[in-house]
Design a protein around this ligand. Structure first.
Ligand SMILES: [Zn+2]
Length: 141
């Protein structure tokens, strides 16, 4: 079996139970695995396009964990009132992406990205998300 790895990046804000709102320049790598067809696992240009399209859905947004029981979200005239643990944020809905995750950790962002990229490319086996140059979360099948 062969693997190919394609990288991209996005910048986004998030918060966790014990961290205030802050941002990261996330790195992301998608790994595809298969036998070769015409000497390739997949055309790099196709992988890059799908990965970049995915990154655009998160780039320059605040990421909210929509499945966290401690995070309550009310949409009032396109303003999100987000109660998260002891904090309350009022944010324009257009600046936020509510993700189907319990927390916006690198590990769970990698699992989310894996599911979204797998919809586009069946050969996807793994996604890695760098929260910083030294810290990476990975989800793989
Ligand atoms: Zn963080």
């Amino acid at each position: 079996m062969h693997k190919v790895i394609v990288s991209s990046y996005f910048s986004a804000g998030h918060f966790l139970s014990d961290e205030p709102i802050h941002g990261h320049n996330y790195g992301i790598r998608v790994i595809l695995k298969s036998e070769l067809e015409n000497g390739m696992v997949e055309d790099f240009r196709i992988i890059q396009r799908h990965l970049d399209d995915f990154c655009k859905t998160l780039d320059h947004y605040l990421l909210i964990p929509g499945q966290n029981k401690e995070v309550k979200i009310d949409n009032v005239n396109k303003q999100l009132h987000v109660k998260a643990w002891e904090r309350t944020y009022v944010l324009p809905a257009s600046d936020v992406v509510i993700l189907p995750v319990e927390n916006t950790t690198a590990e769970l962002l990698a699992k989310y990205a894996h599911a979204k990229l797998k919809e586009k490319m069946r050969k996807v086996v793994s996604v890695q998300i760098d929260e910083s140059p030294n810290c990476t979360g990975e989800y793989s099948e």
